[in-house]
Design a protein around this ligand. Structure first.
Ligand code: MEV
Length: 387
């Protein structure tokens, strides 16, 4: 039996102070606990209150800097928001091993997102598909009219994909709007455009539209990078051999592939958070991409003729620097300043490098001393600091 009733109507209408008082009374929070909740840090409570509903506090995590990163010839200090011991130290350490052999090389990224429109109850699929094809330019024009600023800056819908699919509810046509969202993550612009063209698509197909929403499997926004990690700095040929065996394990075993990819996301999500981006969108995109041909590791590894480790990582990365929290979170702006970045492409190029680096750091530890040794070192340092 629960201690209280969770049924509260109009909770969102209360002020933060009133909500906190109500929760305090309901669950019996102490004055000490209430004091923690009242500490909004660098946020003004009013700022938090307009971000989402039912806010009563602000949640804080460590904000660290990973050092030694060189991506496409440029140096970066990389902000990371993460609570896990060793992660930042390991990334900094392994970035140095890549740096020795030229650093990370990230490919150019197009900032194109997919907006999906789902059309059901289509009587004649072939005619409907043809009609969409014939009126493609009109659909694109209609969508682009909705966001003149994006168009002025050089973005907007660039193309359409028409995908008839079979489902448990019968055949459907899925129309993809391919939208260049420039420096935004893009969800708002894409969703608005998908909603805008929906009635016209119904007309063209004589069908009914239900869903109109962005896809997080951003296969037109792929980030890709490569780096060579110095064999001796990694710990010698045996460690490289261990990493290659770890990679083989992940390729052959989905249970391992999941954890292998988790290690990659340790880095990418820490930077995603530090820059105020949507961590759920990034995770969803990464793992769906990993599952495209049966769930696999997102990275690949090889050994060069000198025995150095060569790693590559590729995944969709819908990271923005404008819109949402990227604009309003005070630390998100500071993160961009620390990185020295003023465009979304560069942010994703650093993020994919960080992901690869984090992956190598984890595999190196696993293939040598084990993951717990680093944790124990940190624990010891904490104890020493306390005494
Ligand atoms: C822990 O957060 C991440 C690792 O499990 C990743 C891996 O096993 O590759 C160490």
């Amino acid at each position: 039996m629960s201690m209280y009733s969770s049924e509260i109507s109009g909770f969102y209408k209360l002020s933060i102070e009133e909500r906190l008082k109500l929760i305090k009374e309901k669950v019996g929070l102490s004055d000490e606990e209430t004091k923690i909740l009242k500490n909004f840090g660098y946020f003004q409570p009013e700022q938090m209150d307009i971000l989402i509903e039912n806010v009563i506090a602000s949640y804080q995590l460590p904000y660290s800097i990973a050092c030694n990163f060189k991506v496409n010839g440029k140096d970066y200090l990389v902000p990371m928001v993460i609570e896990e011991p060793s992660v930042v130290a390991a990334a900094s350490n392994v970035a140095r091993m890549a740096r020795k052999l030229g650093g990370f090389h990230s490919k150019k990224i197009t900032q194109v997102m997919i907006g999906q429109v789902q059309i059901v109850n289509v009587k004649n699929m072939d005619d409907a598909v043809k009609n969409i094809e014939i009126h493609k330019e009109e659909i694109i024009r209609l969508a682009n009219e909705k966001d003149p600023i994006l168009i002025k800056l050089g973005g907007g819908v660039e193309d359409l994909e028409i995908r008839p699919i079979d489902t448990i509810k019968g055949p459907m046509i899925i129309v993809h709007l391919l939208v260049n969202v420039l420096d935004a993550m893009g969800a708002n612009a894409v969703n608005t455009m998908a909603e805008t063209v929906a009635p016209y698509l119904e007309e063209l197909t004589d069908g009914k539209v239900y869903l109109r929403i962005i896809s997080n499997l951003a296969t037109h926004r792929m980030a890709k990078c490569k780096a060579t990690f110095d064999k001796d700095m990694l710990g010698g040929a045996e460690v490289v051999e261990g990493i290659m065996n770890a990679y083989a394990f992940a390729k052959a075993d989905i249970f391992r592939a999941s954890t292998h990819n988790k290690g990659i996301m340790n880095g990418i999500i820490a930077l995603t958070l530090a820059t105020g981006n949507d961590t759920r969108a990034i995770e969803a995109g990464a793992h769906t991409y990993a599952a495209l041909n049966g769930y696999s590791p997102l990275s690949t590894f090889d050994v060069d003729s000198n025995g150095n480790l060569v790693g590559e990582l590729e995944l969709p990365l819908a990271l923005g620097i404008i819109g949402g929290l990227t604009k309003t979170h005070p630390l998100a702006r500071v993160s961009l300043k620390i990185l020295g970045i003023d465009n979304a492409e560069e942010l994703a190029q650093v993020a994919v490098a960080l992901g690869l680096c984090q992956n190598v750091a984890a595999l190196r530890a696993l293939a040598s001393e084990g993951i717990q040794a680093g944790h124990m070192r940190l624990h010891k340092r904490k104890e020493q600091k306390k005494n």
